[in-house]
Design a protein around this ligand. Sequence first.
Ligand code: HEC
Length: 98
Amino acid sequence: MKTILTVAVLICGSTLASAAWCEDNPAAGAKLYATHCVACHGAERAGVPPTFPALTDIGKRLQPAQIKEKITKGGGLMPPFAQLSPQEINDIASFLVK
Ligand code: HEC
């Protein structure tokens, strides 16, 4: 499995990459959200304001790059998710702004 992932990352980084293989996948992002984010931000993304911000309109407040940076680095009470791959983070971000 690890090998397959590494190959995917290598292929996606190359100019030979097929778009379908590397595109953001909001459905995969939804699953990752359910695993990693639900505890604080809630199944409906309503959060528990003011401690845990709602993510329902996050696409209006933050650029995708800012969302991805938040996931990678965390901040405040949010832990960093450095274990997620760039593809997984892209998938989560695409789910959130969808
Ligand atoms: C342990 C609780 C916790 C978990 C788990 C968590 N977050 Fe957060 N998140 C927070 C808190 C608290 C903040 C506010 C941080 C701050 O003020 O800097 C936040 C902020 C954010 C923001 C910025 C919101 C804004 O309005 O600026 C985004 C985007 C976000 N989280 C996405 C995610 C995603 C995606 C995941 C899953 C990969 C996740 N969070 C998992 C607690 C959590």
